[in-house]
Write a protein that binds this ligand. Structure first.
Ligand SMILES: Cc1cc2nc3c(=O)[nH]c(=O)nc-3n(C[C@H](O)[C@H](O)[C@H](O)COP(=O)(O)OP(=O)(O)OC[C@H]3O[C@@H](n4cnc5c(N)ncnc54)[C@H](O)[C@@H]3O)c2cc1C
Length: 416
C-alpha cells in the first residue's frame, strides 16, 4: 500500500489532534496516524488545567537543590531512576544550565504568550455549538500549608506580576471564604483568576471528531516504524499499516518523540516524565475551583461528576509501571489540605508520560536537517494548555504565514 497525502501527522494526542483540526480547517489534506487510540497517551488522564499563569518553567533557580532533596524521599513528588543513560546525562546538564535567573526570565514571557493565545483559541472552540468539553474559566487557587511554602509562592506571584500575571494573595480567612473544603492546616493561598480547566479526554475526542468532519483522516492502531529519506527529505513513512508518502510530516509523538526522531537521525533532547492521576466520584464536600496543593505539587480539578488529583514527576524513561507509594502520597496530600477526602469512590488510577525539554519550552518548528519535517513536542507540564496554539502555529508554518508568536525560542536545533 502506498498513498500520497499532503500532510501526515504522527501522534494522536492533544498536539497531533489540534494540528489536524487547524490544518483541516484550512483545507489541507491531512492524515493522522496513532499507534494506539486517539488521546490514549498523556492527553487522557491529565489534570485538565489551562493555565497561562503557570509560566515559570520547571528549570528555575532552586529547582536542582529541591530536586536533590526530593530524591532522598520515596514519598516525594520527584524521582529519577538511577541508570547509565547518556541522553539523560545530557538532558540534566542542559537542565542545570537553564536553572538560572536569565534563562528563566527569558522563558516566562514566551510561555505566557503561548498560554494566553491558547486560552483565546479554547474560548473560540468552547463558544462553538459543535463542541462540549467542560471548559470553565474559574481561575486556579494555590493552597499552602507551610509558612516557607507560602513565602515562596508569594515570591513567584510577584515575579509573575512583573510580566503582567494577575494574582491575589489570600490569608487563611480569605481562603475559607473562597473554598470551604480546606482543612485548618491551610495557612494561605494565591488565586490566579486568568486560568481555566476542562475535561482533557473529552476535549481531544471532540476535537478529533470535528477534525474528521472537516475532512481529516484519523488512523488508529497505526504505528510508525521508520522512514525512508532521499537527500534532505522524508520520502516515505513506514507504518504497521503500510507506507505513506506525504509532502510534509508533523512529529507530535509526545514522550516517544526522541525514539521516533532517532529513526531520522535527529536527536531531540526530551525526557519522558511520568505523572499519576487519581479520579474519584465527586464527594459532597467538593472543591469548587481547581486547586494546587503547593508543597505536595498536587493539582485538584473538578470535572463535572468527577474530581481528579494529579501529580508527581518521575524521570524513568518510557516505563509506564505504577508506583503505588507515590500514588498513595497524592491521596495523602488530598487529605492533608482538604476535608471530606476519605472513603472516596475510585474511578481510575492513571499514569502518563509528559515530554519534557531541558529549558521548559516546547519544541515547535521545522527541522533544519529534513526540509519536510515539523516537530511539535516537549510541552512538559503544559501540553494540554498549549494544544490549540501549537496546532495553530504548525498550520501557520505549513501555510507559509508569519506565525502568531515568534518561534525563535522554540526552534528544534536550539540545543545543538
Ligand atoms: C499527571 C499529569 C497531569 C498533567 N496535567 C496537565 C494540566 O493540568 N495542564 C496541562 O496543560 N498539561 C498537563 N499535563 C501535561 C499534558 O498531559 C501533556 O503535555 C500533553 O498531554 C502532551 O500531549 P502530546 O500530544 O504531546 O502527547 P500524547 O498525548 O502522549 O500523544 C502522543 C501520541 O503519540 C503516539 N505515538 C507514539 N509513538 C508513536 C508511533 N511510533 N506511531 C504512531 N503514534 C505514536 C502515542 O500513542 C500518543 O497517543 C499533565 C501530565 C501529567 C502526566
Amino acid at each position: 500500500m502506498s498513498k500520497r497525502e499532503d500532510i501526515l501527522i504522527i501522534g494522536g494526542g492533544v498536539i497531533g489532534v489540534c494540528t489536524a483540526y487547524y490544518l483541516a480547517e484550512r483545507g489541507w489534506t491531512v492524515t493522522l496516524v496513532e499507534k494506539d487510540d486517539i488521546g490514549a497517551g498523556c492527553s487522557y488522564g491529565n489534570a485538565g488545567l489551562i493555565v497561562p499563569s503557570h509560566a515559570i518553567p520547571l528549570a528555575a533557580p532552586g529547582a536542582l537543590t529541591q530536586g536533590l532533596k526530593w530524591l532522598l524521599d520515596p514519598d516525594s513528588p520527584f524521582y529519577i531512576k538511577p541508570r547509565f543513560d547518556l541522553e539523560l546525562f545530557r538532558w540534566l546538564w542542559r537542565f542545570r544550565a537553564a536553572c538560572k535567573e536569565g534563562p528563566m526570565r527569558r522563558a516566562i514571557p514566551v510561555l505566557l504568550a503561548l498560554g494566553r493565545a491558547s486560552v483565546e483559541l479554547f474560548e473560540e472552540l468552547a463558544a462553538s455549538n459543535d463542541l462540549e468539553f467542560g471548559y470553565e474559566q474559574k481561575g486556579w487557587l494555590w493552597l499552602f500549608n507551610s509558612q516557607r511554602g507560602f513565602e515562596k509562592g508569594i515570591e513567584e506571584a510577584h515575579l509573575l506580576q512583573e510580566f503582567g500575571v494577575v494574582s491575589q494573595v489570600l490569608d487563611a480567612a480569605g481562603i475559607r471564604r473562597m473554598e470551604l473544603s480546606v482543612t485548618p492546616s491551610v495557612i494561605g493561598g494565591i488565586y490566579y483568576p486568568e486560568d481555566a480547566h476542562l475535561i482533557p479526554d473529552r476535549f481531544v475526542r471532540e476535537l478529533a471528531r470535528l477534525a474528521e468532519s472537516r475532512g481529516a483522516c484519523l488512523k488508529t492502531a497505526t504505528e510508525v516504524l521508520g522512514f525512508e529519506t532521499t537527500s534532505r527529505r522524508i520520502s516515505a513513512v513506514v507504518t504497521t499499516r503500510g507506507n505513506f508518502k506525504p509532502d510534509q510530516v508533523v512529529l507530535a509523538t509526545g514522550a516517544w518523540s526522541p525514539v521516533v526522531a532517532r529513526e531520522l537521525r535527529l536527536r531531540l533532547p526530551i525526557q519522558a516524565a511520568k505523572g499519576y492521576s487519581i479520579t474519584v466520584k465527586t464527594p459532597p464536600t467538593r472543591p469548587h475551583v481547581p486547586l494546587y496543593l503547593s508543597e505536595s505539587r498536587v493539582a485538584v480539578t473538578p470535572m463535572g461528576e468527577l474530581l481528579r488529583f494529579g501529580g508527581t514527576l518521575e524521570l524513568v524513561g518510557l516505563d509506564l509501571s505504577i508506583n503505588r507509594r507515590r500514588v498513595a502520597a497524592i491521596s495523602q496530600a488530598a487529605r492533608e489540605y482538604l476535608s471530606g477526602m476519605t472513603g472516596l469512590e475510585l474511578i481510575e488510577i492513571w499514569r502518563g508520560l509528559r515530554s519534557v525539554s531541558p529549558d521548559g519550552l516546547p519544541i515547535i518548528g521545522r527541522s533544519k536537517s529534513l526540509e519536510n519535517l515539523i516537530v511539535a513536542s516537549g510541552h512538559g507540564m503544559l501540553g494540554m494548555s498549549l494544544g490549540p496554539i501549537t496546532g495553530k502555529l504548525v498550520s501557520q508554518i505549513l501555510s507559509g504565514e508569519a506565525p502568531a508568536i515568534d518561534l525563535t525560542p522554540l526552534r528544534v536545533e536550539r540545543f545543538s
